[in-house]
Ligand binder design. Structure first.
Ligand code: GAR
Length: 210
């Protein structure tokens, strides 16, 4: 099982979905720790209640962005992390940090990338008149919401949707998608190579269809 640390900033519902999935003995990743950059993140209590170690590492407690990143890196080493899953982590990690975790750090974004990078994705999708919307899990690269896509889920935009109803529909999809995508990475079935996601295919020489 791949030792995985989840980074959060708030509610932690995607973190909770990953913890739940990892409760299955057959799941290829285990959640060994949760790090939050906010002391009052609701997800911290949820993780603790499930017996998972938590750590708060705020930007305010560090002199520079580099020092903050270094403290997170040190915590990941202490946790023995092999994979990092960003789950509503609302801070941009520095280039050196991202480089170190290249191919081993994933993020979930509440839109069908490359559309709607950044914030307020649901309001922007509504304003654009989109009839479908969704979420994306991707490898993290230095440019925000720009890394190779691992998996996506689409949901319909319904007549009469507002930001909240659409966000709720996407969030349900996120909770299914993230465990699936992290599982693919943990199993080595999706990996980052040359700036792209390479998927293992399931046909080998012995299985030529005959
Ligand atoms: C999720 O919708 C996630 O996709 C989004 O924040 C929410 C966190 O909810 N992430 C981003 O916007 C990243 N820029 P959660 O804390 O309940 O998982």
């Amino acid at each position: 099982k791949k030792r995985t640390v989840v980074l959060i900033s708030g509610r932690g519902s995607n973190m909770t979905a990953l913890i739940a999935a990892a409760g299955d003995p057959a799941y290829p990743a285990e959640i060994v720790g949760v790090i939050s950059d906010r002391a009052n993140a609701a997800g911290l209590g949820i993780a603790a209640a499930r017996g998972i170690a938590t750590k708060v590492i705020t930007r305010a407690d560090h002199a520079s962005k580099d020092a903050h990143d270094a403290a997170i890196e040190a915590a990941l080493v202490t946790f023995g992390a092999e994979l990092v899953a960003l789950a509503g982590y609302m801070r941009i990690l520095g280039g050196r940090f991202v480089e170190k975790w290249k191919g081993r750090m994933v993020n979930i974004h509440p839109a069908l990338l490359p559309a709607f990078k950044g914030l307020d994705t649901h309001a922007r999708a509504l304003r654009a008149g989109m009839r479908i919307h969704g979420c994306t899990v991707h490898f993290v690269t230095p440019d925000m919401d720009d890394g190779p896509i691992i998996a996506q889920a689409a949901v319909p935009v319904m007549i009469g949707d507002n930001e909240d109803t659409l966000a709720a529909r996407v969030l349900k999809a996120e909770h299914r998608l993230y465990p699936l995508a992290l599982g693919l990475v943990a199993e080595g079935k999706a990996r980052m190579e040359g700036g792209h996601t390479v998927f293992a295919h399931f046909v080998d020489d012995a299985d030529n269809g005959t």
